[in-house]
Design a protein around this ligand. Structure first.
Ligand SMILES: NC(=O)c1ccc[n+]([C@@H]2O[C@H](COP(=O)([O-])OP(=O)(O)OC[C@H]3O[C@@H](n4cnc5c(N)ncnc54)[C@H](O)[C@@H]3O)[C@@H](O)[C@H]2O)c1
Length: 253
């Protein structure tokens, strides 16, 4: 019960890493708002938590739209009277180098992966400051610090998430708001299920993804959620501005 009596918003909580974090946080005693643009998946995660005896509700939110995010934060605060934890996790990747990537695809990806983090923090920080503190966790990536081929927009977006995490840690330390991010390695999630399904050679793709991590396997969403739990809980009370890598040793090379 490491999050007993805490309240948490988790964006992208309908699937993959966000879903695993929502289930784990609720198991540890938190009241959870699952914010996802996919209403079906968000509601399913909330229903799973409630069926297991936890407390959760779903909010249909597109994190690339400030009005959606502001309404999500208002609703959570009106429901609970405080917001202790915000996990800015909604995001996705696209293939392409800078020449192949269209302006529209670049802007759309940045709108979710980067603006979504900005909007979430912009809306929640005044509430956390007024209540005396909070913990913000952003989903960054191993690619926040290493390059990969053919993912220019995604790599840029995750670099920005880690940089913004550090900037906000400085700006809001005095308000007792801790801001950290998780540098996730490649994780078996519905996102990768879709990539494997679309690949002409899924076995080769899987082998490539596995071998770049020291454990020679993909991670599990629960392994990223565990890192998020540490950053959300008071156990990480001396951590701010950090990137906690849960990447199977990828970035140690
Ligand atoms: N899977 C990996 O290997 C991996 C590695 C490093 C980082 N990440 C990051 O982890 C996060 C979660 O990825 P995942 O693998 O669990 O993906 P996923 O596709 O399984 O889940 C992502 C969820 O985010 C939601 N979402 C996407 N855009 C949204 C938006 N604009 N507004 C609201 N919700 C939105 C989707 O509906 C989905 O439910 C992403 O930020 C991703 O970049 C994933």
């Amino acid at each position: 019960m490491r999050l007993m009596n805490k309240t948490a918003i988790i964006t992208g909580g309908g699937s993959g890493i966000g879903r695993a974090a929502a289930l784990l946080f609720a198991h540890e005693g938190a009241w959870v708002c699952i914010a996802d643009r996919n209403e079906t998946d968000g509601s399913r995660t909330a229903a799973e938590i409630v069926a297991a005896g936890g407390k959760a509700f779903a909010a249909t939110v597109d994190v690339s739209k400030f009005n959606d995010v502001a309404e999500m934060v208002r609703l959570a605060n009106a429901t609970w009277g405080r917001i202790d934890i915000l996990v800015n996790n909604a995001g996705y990747g696209i293939a392409g180098n800078v020449v192949d990537t269209s302006e529209a695809d670049w802007n759309a990806l940045m709108a979710t992966n980067v603006n979504g983090v900005f909007f979430g923090c912009k809306a929640v920080i005044p509430i956390m400051a007024a209540q005396g503190g909070g913990s913000i966790i952003n989903t960054a990536s191993a690619v926040s610090v290493v390059g990969i081929y053919d993912r220019a927009a995604y790599v840029a977006s995750k670099g920005a998430v880690a940089a913004l995490t550090r900037a906000m840690a400085l700006d809001h330390a005095d308000q007792k708001i801790r801001v950290n991010c998780v540098g996730a390695g490649t994780v078996e999630s519905p996102y990768y299920d879709r990539l494997f399904a679309a690949s002409s050679d899924p076995d080769k793709l899987r082998a490539h993804l596995e071998q770049r991590q020291l454990f020679n396997r993909l991670g599990r969403p629960e392994e990223i959620a565990a890192a998020m739990l540490f950053l959300a809980s008071d156990e990480s009370s001396f951590c701010t501005g950090s990137t906690l890598f849960a990447d199977g040793g990828w970035t140690a090379r």
